[in-house]
Design a protein around this ligand. Structure first.
Ligand SMILES: [Zn+2]
Length: 376
């Protein structure tokens, strides 16, 4: 499995090249704003289609080279998808500060001596802060990906995505299974091989989220330049807070499990039928705000600790009896938070049912994969 790290470093652009780079970054941001207006109106999030509709103008009016024109589309689609994944309303993404996303070996390169970047008016080379960077030049381990140039308080910084292979464990080495359900009352409910249930209470997060949402709504209604600035600052603060919470949760989930643990979570990306989508999307938007981010962090940390994450079909996980497999929506009494199987009578608090079913699906996954191994 491929993992990604972000290396952040300062780059020292000479006074004479400064304008050149800043002009290119401004052109890039302007192009992003143009593309963003198109995406906002059409709600089109397909790279190919957005590119088809904006490419010509981005090239002729903003003068971006072709590779950068594609990067700008990717930048904008990425912003909208992140907002969507975080459950934010559909608002227009704006790029007010000069920035630029670069493809490795095309728009930029970096070696032990210099950083080199293409501008709208030729290439420039620059020194950079080398401390901590040496390790990434080991090509047998790390591969450079896209980089972002940002300009902050009069200084230039480079954020490089560095890819490397994680040390994924084999199914045969798995000694513990944990199912994690993500929900409203509890951010996660987990059920493991020892029959132990653990909850992360979601109340505080729910309240703070509601507070942010309310604040955003008021600022949107005000619609003044200063309220827009505050809106942006609040969005960034909420995002940092969310990342922080997810970091703590994923860390706790991983460090409380032994090496060789299989984590089982719901796969919400491939939900097909319309009714199911509404139901789960509602739950997703109103509840698991930063589902995707938490998932990424869990996968990343599990991999570092010799553990593995699988995603399974989320259908019926809260209606199925974890003891006899009977599926019935009446098994669950949502008001009383009680699960009672209509077939075998198994009764439990309903918050742990989905986690128990995910646990069971993890066991099934192991049986299936081992069967297929032995039948080879
Ligand atoms: Zn049952």
């Amino acid at each position: 499995m491929e993992l990604t790290k972000t290396a952040k470093l300062q780059i020292y652009i000479s006074e004479s090249d400064k304008t050149l780079l800043l002009d290119s970054m401004r052109a890039y941001s302007d192009a992003c704003n143009y593309i963003s207006r198109y995406v906002y109106t059409t709600e089109d999030l397909s790279q190919i289609s957005v590119q088809k509709h904006t490419y010509h103008t981005v090239r002729s009016e903003y003068h971006l080279p072709s590779q950068m024109a594609c990067n700008a589309v990717r930048t904008v689609i990425g912003s909208y998808k992140t907002n969507k994944a975080n459950g934010h309303d559909w608002v227009m993404c704006k790029y007010n500060t000069p920035q630029m996303t670069l493809s490795w070996n095309r728009d930029y390169s970096l070696n032990r001596e210099k950083f080199s970047v293409g501008t709208l008016n030729g290439r420039i080379k620059a020194d950079y802060a080398k401390s901590g960077m040496e390790q990434y030049f080991d090509k047998s381990v790390f591969r450079f990906g896209t980089a972002k140039v940002v300009y902050k308080h009069g200084k230039f910084f480079l954020h490089i995505s560095v890819n490397y292979d994680g040390n994924e464990i084999k199914e045969a080495d798995i000694c513990n299974v944990v199912g994690h359900d993500r929900g409203i009352r509890f951010i996660t409910s987990s059920y493991d091989s020892n029959g132990k249930t653990t909850f992360f209470n979601g109340n505080e997060i729910k309240q703070r989220r509601a507070h942010y949402k309310n604040l955003r709504k008021q600022l949107q209604q005000a619609g003044t330049p200063s309220s827009r600035r505050r809106l942006k600052a609040i969005g960034q603060r909420e995002n940092r807070w969310m990342q922080d919470v997810n970091h703590c949760i994923s860390k706790a989930l991983v460090t409380s499990s032994p090496k060789g643990t299989l984590h089982v979570i719901e796969d919400l990306s491939g939900i097909r039928s319309a009714t199911e989508r509404v139901r789960i999307k509602d739950r997703y938007i109103s509840v698991s705000w930063s589902y995707y981010d938490l998932e990424q962090k869990l996968i990343y940390k599990a991999n570092e600790h010799g553990q593995k994450v699988i995603k399974v079909n989320p259908r019926y996980t809260s209606q199925t009896c974890p003891k006899c497999g009977h599926i019935d929506r009446n098994n669950r009494n949502k008001q009383k938070h009680i699960f009672c199987c209509k077939n075998c009578g198994y009764t439990s608090n309903d918050d742990r049912i989905a986690a128990m079913n995910l646990y069971r699906m993890g066991i099934e996954y192991l049986i299936e994969t081992q069967t297929s191994i032995s039948s080879l």
